[in-house]
Design a protein around this ligand. Structure first.
Ligand SMILES: [Zn+2]
Length: 171
């Protein structure tokens, strides 16, 4: 079966027993999660979340890009979330290349200048998590005291390690 047909068949099955039709569009746990697109990170399963509980924003690396921050502002301001979680993970693909190399490769492959592209690759997981938190906290369009927790998820054990956020809790 092609991937397209597998997807359509799975959705047919899913919709037969669908029970989420009455859910609110407001996340019931009032949380938003920014994390990587990595296939091994099963966000809902690993964090005990159900459909309707949380906003889950994913991109390569769990980066607080302008677009991720746009979503977080909407999430908080219009949809009531009050706590954010930034989660990176061990063995992330973003540790395996650097922007300059990828730009060069793309420029050559597509014979088009890729120098304006930013991929946000990074060499250090914990530092990267902290940088994303700093970026989120630096926007003037979120409350100064909004909670932003930072974690690294271990793809070998399924465990979260907190790397940022506790200091704020004690305040
Ligand atoms: Zn990743």
């Amino acid at each position: 079966m092609s991937e397209l047909n597998k997807i359509l068949a799975a959705n047919e099955e899913y919709s037969k027993d669908f029970r989420h039709g009455q859910l609110s569009h407001m996340p019931s746990r009032k949380i938003a999660i920014l994390t990587c697109m990595d296939t091994r990170l099963a966000v809902e399963d690993s964090l005990g979340l159900k459909t309707g509980d949380a906003h889950i924003l994913r991109n390569a690396g769990g980066i607080a890009t302008d677009d991720a921050i746009r979503s977080l502002i909407i999430s908080h301001e219009l949809l009531g979330t009050e706590e954010f979680f930034v989660i990176n993970h061990t063995n992330c693909g973003m540790l395996t290349f650097n922007d300059e190399e990828l730009r060069k490769k793309l420029s050559e492959k597509y014979k088009t200048n890729a120098s304006a592209l930013k991929f946000h690759s990074f060499p250090d997981l914990e530092a990267n998590v902290k940088n994303q938190i700093d970026k989120i906290k630096s926007t003037p369009f979120l409350p100064k005291d909004i909670q932003v927790y930072g974690f690294v998820y271990d793809v070998k054990t399924g465990r979260l390690k907190e790397v940022a956020g506790k200091e704020r809790e004690k305040e």
